[in-house]
Design a protein around this ligand. Structure first.
Ligand code: SAM
Length: 407
């Protein structure tokens, strides 16, 4: 890589060192390679409009919005950037393709990791974003990075095959071009959404399948263009800001107004430990229910039972019935419950509660979920715990011992 010289002085360097130090101490940065890249590349040069303390906060920095205020481009939050670089395992000499150039910051990190023998190509759908990334990269010594305007669904055939492919924009599927352009033995890291439940999944591409090595919860802006998969958002109750987001094909009208009617709660007896991450439970339920979606109730308690999560709380719609996760404090932690509304809401809540118990029995300590992606039409693991069909791929989800997941 070129010399990412930082001429903007000691303050930026100090803030950068502090940010990287905290990512190291909280275990997000685990390797010298990622640490060295994040210390070397001046993030503030990719967001020159931001004050220095903002440029080095562990926060997303939005650089472009549409007329409704929705974010169209950003520099992603440094902790997820670091996490995904750890998942990607970039080595000197690798040829890397990134989907979603954005500010160019991650491409600069990749460039610094692959070194002079490697190469980095980054693709963005928007011409103005490509120009911005090109300018920032040129200014910090990243001239070697190729910045290409195009739809990332098609990858970038010119330059393929790649040893590593990373998407920094949310994707619903693994399109054919990514399979075709990644070497056998290569690795793909992408924020993959299953029924609106998004995780950064690191896949190894071996013998025509993609098998996950690690799965990390994340939240990215969705891909536009050929791969866009608009969901649908339903307002749950008039006058209270609560929404439910599901896949487009799901008949979600039953969710509208459901909370205004009578409800009942099925308590599961399943306890979450203090500070336990319940995102694997979300993924489990997303795999188990076609009508899974994320419920958000950001302000106040709305007179509801306490939601398990304020944002992206797991919920399920089926016909006129709606069920969502709630919780109550107990002596030993937090107990998970499922609240059901609608004519058969109690039965739906009982089925969701049964899956929470299954998750508790099968997928707590010492085990993890593993995703295997198959190209559509290829032989498929019928014995998987869950299967989720996509347009170009089919996903098989298994429960595996943690030590089978290689980091
Ligand atoms: C979160 S930003 C990427 C952050 C970037 N890696 C960085 O370091 O600043 C997501 C980017 O994906 C781009 N994008 C959205 N849909 C795309 C598509 N179909 N193909 C390529 N890029 C796309 C957006 O324009 C946006 O710039």
């Amino acid at each position: 890589m070129g010399d990412h010289t930082d001429t903007s002085g000691d303050e930026a360097r100090l803030l950068r060192t502090r940010l990287v130090g905290s990512l190291r101490s909280n275990g997000v940065i685990r390797t010298e390679a990622v640490e060295a890249a994040m210390l070397a590349v001046p993030r503030h040069r990719f967001v020159p409009e931001a004050p220095l303390h903002i440029a080095y906060a562990d926060d997303v920095y939005v650089t472009k919005r549409d007329s409704d205020g929705e974010a169209l481009s950003s520099a992603s939050q440094p902790s997820i950037v670091a996490e995904m670089l750890e998942q990607l395992d970039v080595r000197p000499g690798h040829r890397v393709l990134e989907i979603g150039a954005g500010t160019g910051y991650n491409a600069a990190l990749l460039d610094s990791m692959v070194g002079p023998r490697g190469s980095v190509t980054t693709v963005d759908i928007d011409a103005d974003t490509v120009r911005r990334a090109r300018k920032a990269l040129d200014e910090v010594g990243g001239e070697r990075v190729r910045v290409v305007q195009g739809d990332g669904q098609l990858g970038c055939a010119d330059g393929a095959p790649y040893d590593r492919l990373i998407a920094t924009v949310g994707t619903w599927d693994l399109p054919p071009a990514w399979w075709d352009q990644l070497v056998d033995g290569g690795r793909l890291v992408a924020p993959l959404s299953i029924r609106g439940c998004e995780h950064s999944v690191a896949f190894d591409h071996v013998d025509g399948v993609m098998r996950s090595r690690s799965i990390v919860s994340c939240g990215f802006m969705p891909m536009r263009g050929l791969g866009s998969q608009e969901g649908r958002t339903v307002e749950l109750s008039e006058g209270r800001i609560m929404t439910f987001h599901v896949e487009h094909e799901v008949g979600a009208d039953g969710a509208r107004g459901a909370l205004d009617g009578r409800g009942m709660t099925a308590w599961t007896g399943v306890q979450l430990n203090q500070n336990e991450d319940a995102t694997q439970l979300s993924l489990w339920l997303a795999c188990a229910f076609v009508g899974y979606g994320r419920m958000s109730a950001p302000f106040g308690d709305h007179g509801l039972q306490r939601l398990l999560m304020r944002w992206a709380n797991p919920a399920v719609v089926e016909g006129e019935d709606f069920a969502y996760l709630v919780c109550r404090r107990t002596r030993s932690g937090t107990e998970i419950g499922v609240r059901g509304h609608g004519p058969s809401g109690a039965a739906l809540a009982a089925r969701v509660a049964a899956e929470v118990r299954e998750w508790d029995t099968e997928c707590r300590d010492g085990v993890n979920l593993q995703l295997t992606a198959y190209r559509r039409g290829h032989a498929f693991d019928e014995a998987a715990r869950f299967t989720v069909p996509k347009r170009h791929t089919a996903l098989a989800i298994q429960v595996v011992p943690v030590n089978a997941e290689l980091h």
